[in-house]
Design a protein around this ligand. Structure first.
Ligand SMILES: [Zn+2]
Length: 501
């Protein structure tokens, strides 16, 4: 694989040398050197996972233009690279529409910065966006310090253990002293980029189990805490609690993350996993979340969709990041047959919610994942895995409902499959670049029973439509598009419908 990469990176070598043997000798030498280097990692210098990404994806046939690239979990942190290697890798990935991420690690400051800077310099040289994974930076406001614990009526300090044992979830009113430290650690990295003349174009965090939260036993814990009761008033109800926790959470994300980034790089795309505009409800549960009374909710078969606070605006984030994963519990929420519709319905509901609630000028970058996530239980034999075909259908519908691009997370053992599935759709979609860049979704409707699902993007007088049939009915259906209605026949794949004809 590495040899192929090298060759593709240096096509001139092949075309200009007439002497076959000199070519042969050069390549043999490269092969031997590469094999020696192989002992430590990929022969190419970059982490082996990148070879998998390159193997299981194909170069785009249609230019990407300004469209946002694909953000893939295995395309983060290539390790220490030489300048030339970084350029080859950035170019190879970009040919496939994939962004390379430098990873900032605050506990490994100089080494991680130097590695990320090499990637950023290559990206700047090639006139591509500089992408940063800043996950380590927001952890942890609850740093285990006893001062961050709740305090009960007897003066005893306690943590909330309903979030798993890894994190000492404490008192949200006792962590203000952490925000400055966390911001300063991030500023060190940001300033280094600025002093090197580099931009930060895209930066993301995955700040979940930390800081003020209203889920699990957080409400009950705060009720037992004298400090929380003092700040929230004696008989605070759940909705007051949720609003307060989310306001505080947004404030911290702004103070310690989006503000320091945007002060230095005003055009940066900055956001966090799971934070996005919505319709007042959350249709999914994160891996560490369990439903608990008295969280208000609405039901849909056995699903309990929780009332959610509008926390996006106060974060200052410049893109939305919904999460549409195959969480195992989704399978048992609905009775739909074919069972694929259980996954499809829920995940498209999540993406549609973000798509319809986010202003056009704010990108929606949707986290996706295909293999069933069984966490925290052992694999559940009753669950029928979502089919690849309908997962890809889902991705198409997301793109036609406001998702601008995908971020894909998966386990290491899933890299090849997951990367290939999402990149295939991303690459094919590029032939409709105009629609993706300028089109607006025509509908966010989703049938409550397996049936006809239609999504579309309207641009000028054309509508790019996708229709997927989960029921038996194959009759044409009528949908509203702008100020008129269009008839959509049953057809596999995409259709372009012209208005005024
Ligand atoms: Zn407290």
């Amino acid at each position: 694989m590495a040899l192929i990469n090298f060759r593709e990176g240096h096509p001139v070598l092949w075309r200009s040398r007439s002497n076959f043997f000199s070519c042969f000798l050069i390549l043999t030498t490269i092969l031997v050197l590469s094999k020696q280097a192989c002992a430590q990692d990929s022969p190419s210098g970059w982490a082996e996972k990148f070879d998998l990404v390159l193997q299981h994806t194909r170069p785009l046939e249609h230019a990407r233009g300004n469209r946002l690239p694909l953000y893939l979990w295995p395309a983060i942190d290539p390790g220490p690279l030489k300048d030339e290697e970084a350029e080859v890798l950035v170019r190879e990935l970009n040919d496939r529409g994939i962004a390379l991420f430098g990873a900032w690690k605050k506990n490994d400051r100089e080494s991680s910065l130097n590695q990320a800077l090499t990637v950023a310099l290559a990206q700047q040289k090639l006139n591509l966006r500089v992408n940063i994974n800043a996950i380590s930076h927001l952890y942890s406001f609850y740093n285990g310090d006893k001062a961050t614990a709740h305090i009960d009526d007897n003066g005893n300090r306690f943590f909330d253990d309903s979030f798993g044992r890894k994190q000492d979830m404490g008192c949200p009113f006792a962590i203000d002293f952490r925000k400055k430290q966390i911001r300063e650690e991030l500023e060190y990295f940001l300033d280094r980029y600025r002093s090197e003349g580099l931009e930060v174009d895209f930066i993301f965090a995955d700040w979940e189990v930390d800081g003020p939260l209203e889920v699990n036993s957080a409400f009950a814990s705060s009720k037992k805490c004298v400090r929380c009761r003092k700040h929230l008033e004696k008989d605070f109800d759940f909705e007051t609690f949720q609003k307060t926790m989310r306001d505080m959470r947004s404030y911290l994300q702004h103070y310690a993350f989006s503000q320091p980034v945007l002060e230095r790089f005003p055009n940066a795309l900055v956001g966090n996993y799971g934070v996005y505009p919505h319709d007042g409800f959350r249709y999914w549960y994160d891996y560490f979340e369990q439903f608990q009374e008295p969280h208000p909710y609405v039901t849909d078969q056995r699903a309990k969709y929780r009332k959610w606070y509008q926390d996006f605006p106060a974060t200052g984030f410049t893109y939305a990041m919904p999460v549409a994963y195959t969480w195992g519990r989704i399978f048992h929420w609905y009775d739909f047959e074919p069972t694929d519709y259980r996954w499809f319905y829920n995940m498209l509901k999540v993406a549609s919610n973000a798509g319809m609630s986010t202003p056009h000028q704010v990108p929606v970058i949707t986290w996706v994942h295909w293999n069933t996530i069984h966490f925290p239980n052992e694999p559940d034999p009753e669950i029928v895995q979502f089919s690849k075909e309908n997962y890809q259908e889902l991705l198409w519908h997301m793109l036609f409902r406001g998702t601008d691009t995908f971020a894909m997370w998966c386990m290491e053992s899933e890299y090849a499959q997951e990367v290939s599935l999402v990149q295939e759709v991303y690459a094919q979609a590029q032939q409709y670049g105009d629609f993706l860049d300028h089109g607006v979704p025509i509908t966010f409707e989703l049938p409550k029973e397996p049936g006809v699902v239609i999504s579309g993007l309207m641009y000028k007088d054309r509508i790019l439509v996708r229709r997927t049939d989960f029921g038996k009915d194959r009759q044409p259906v009528t949908v509203l598009a702008g100020t008129t209605t269009i008839e959509v026949p049953s057809k596999v794949g995409n259709q372009v419908i012209h208005l005024n004809e």
